[in-house]
Design a protein around this ligand. Structure first.
Ligand code: UTP
Length: 485
């Protein structure tokens, strides 16, 4: 018998669910491979994935657009006093060690197409610092300003885990203490054949699995004990960010302070949409119900044409709040939703997936043949009763690396970093009443260890002769670093 030794009940179950092909090649597997296949199969919730497969063509949004309104938000530029108060609160929380940072870096970066995790990509315009280094150094700089070290929890996936850990080790954690950096691996989901609903095999005994989306971090934080760990460290707030954005102001005191002041369970940054048709997820709020109003993030395609172009009384787009994927969650909120993390819906995507057919041959499909499942972190937003949105300036905080060329590519990321650096430096000059006369093509790099924002840069350069900086930049570049770097 070909499947001799395979657990009988499990085989019956597989047969009932149309998945008996998973046992294909069983008699040729080693003992270890057999054990591994059984455990891979046991982890799959077949009822769930098959019901998702059955509804794969139903793409209607879960909320009718008429039930949505433009969200309330805080714009720090319009309320400088409030900004100062928030900043103080944020500073206090950081100096009390109340904050942990969660960096999600488990994505496969298929659009970018590198053979290493995206976080290893060099983005420093002069230094060639990687995305991981940029983020780690910002955390180090925060610790130097505020005292206690801030933990960095890096979520990886089976696709990125080893390479990410090795990269940090090779670079001695970019200066962070070894007990400050932690890695945890997210869960995976199988892929199904789009037409038949059969789970795809990658090789004999190996089920094709891909990371379960950035939303998988909520389950992984709870299941792997990190929420408990935070509790023991008296950490109350979790700053969530994505690896591909070198400009993210990790644990920004202003954002953090506003989150604390409003006692929000979740706060999100937003950047104003560049134009009505920009393809970016936008925040909205549900109309007040018995339960108050909830914040949700909509796909741009979920808005009606009318909503997409409607203007608010201030002349800006009504639904203007695009998401740069920067959030703060209170730890308690994450604990509260943890037992129900299954409530986060799966998003379905039709993708090309190479697989092993029933003759044992590897098939590389020419068209999208498979159904993949991912959870998105922003689906946790509507679970929060208290939430806040805080405006951020796109050129200050958002330049994601998604593609190899064109939009959101290394060129646009570089332009974003250079533009932000130039703006910070220009503000230092104007603050001191000195004309800023660097040629447009001067390459300016500011180390994250030197300055956290424009005001911090002004402070760090208080005693620096700005004219000497101008003459340094005559060679076409200016690289400002922290002392001892
Ligand atoms: P994206 O959705 O842009 O995915 O991830 P990606 O993997 O980087 O790129 P594509 O879509 O395959 O081209 C946004 C952030 O979420 C993380 C990514 O590492 C990135 O920081 N992410 C995404 C995960 O941590 N796990 C996932 O399963 C998916």
């Amino acid at each position: 018998m070909e499947n001799e030794g395979f657990p009988g009940e499990l085989f019956q179950e597989l047969t009932k669910k149309g998945q008996a092909h998973l046992v294909q090649g069983w008699d040729k597997l080693s003992l270890d491979q057999k054990g591994s296949l059984v455990s891979q199969i046991k982890k799959i919730d077949f009822d769930l994935i098959l019901s998702l497969w059955t509804n794969r063509n139903n793409t209607a949004p879960s909320l009718a657009p008429v039930d949505l309104a433009a969200p309330d938000f805080f714009d720090p530029e319009k309320e400088p006093e409030e900004e100062a108060n928030c900043r103080q609160l944020g500073n206090k929380a950081l100096s009390q060690g109340k904050v942990a940072c969660v960096l999600v870096a488990g994505g496969q970066g298929t659009r970018f197409g590198a053979s290493v995790p995206k976080g290893c990509m060099a983005v420093g315009p002069l230094s060639g610092k990687s995305l991981f280094q940029m983020h780690a150094e910002r955390i180090l700089a925060l610790a130097r300003r505020f005292g206690p070290s801030i933990p960095l929890l890096v979520m990886t996936s089976p696709a990125t885990h080893e390479a990410t850990q090795a990269f940090f080790a090779e670079h001695r954690n970019f200066g962070l203490f070894p007990d400050q950096v932690h890695f945890f691996c997210q869960g995976t989901m199988p892929a199904l054949d789009w037409d038949t609903g059969k789970v795809l095999l990658e090789a004999p005994g190996l089920i094709f699995a891909s990371p379960d989306g950035h939303g998988g971090c909520l389950a992984a934080l709870a299941e792997k004990g990190w929420l408990k760990w935070m509790e023991t460290k008296q950490i109350e707030q979790v700053f969530y960010f994505q690896v591909d954005n070198p400009l993210v102001k990790i644990a920004d005191p202003l954002f953090l302070g506003h989150h604390l002041k409003t006692k929000a369970e979740v706060s999100s940054r937003f950047v104003t949409k560049e134009r009505a048709g920009e393809k970016v997820g936008v925040f909205a709020q549900t109309k007040d119900g018995a339960d108050g109003s909830r914040c949700i993030l909509l796909e741009y395609s979920d808005l009606t044409d009318e909503q997409t172009v409607s203007l608010a009384p201030d002349g800006e787009l009504l639904f203007r709040c695009g998401s740069p994927a920067i959030h703060i969650f209170s730890r308690r909120f994450l604990e509260d939703i943890a037992p129900g993390h299954a409530r986060l819906p799966y998003h379905l995507a039709r993708k090309k997936v190479s697989f092993m057919d029933e003759t044992g041959k590897l098939v590389v499909p020419l068209t999208e043949n498979a159904l993949k499942f991912e959870k998105f972190v922003f689906d946790a937003l509507p679970l929060a009763k208290r939430w806040a949105l805080v405006r951020s300036l796109r050129h200050e905080e958002f330049a994601p690396l998604k593609n190899a060329s064109g939009k959101d590519s290394p060129e646009t990321v570089r332009a974003g970093i250079l533009g932000r650096n130039r703006a910070w430096l220009a503000s230092v000059f104007s603050g001191r009443g000195i004309a800023f006369s660097l040629p447009d093509d001067c390459i300016i790099e500011l180390s994250p260890l030197l300055a956290l924002d424009a005001a911090d840069l002004a402070k760090q350069l208080e005693l620096t002769d700005l004219d000497s900086l101008l003459s340094q930049a005559k060679g076409g570049s200016l690289h400002l670093m922290a002392a001892g770097e």
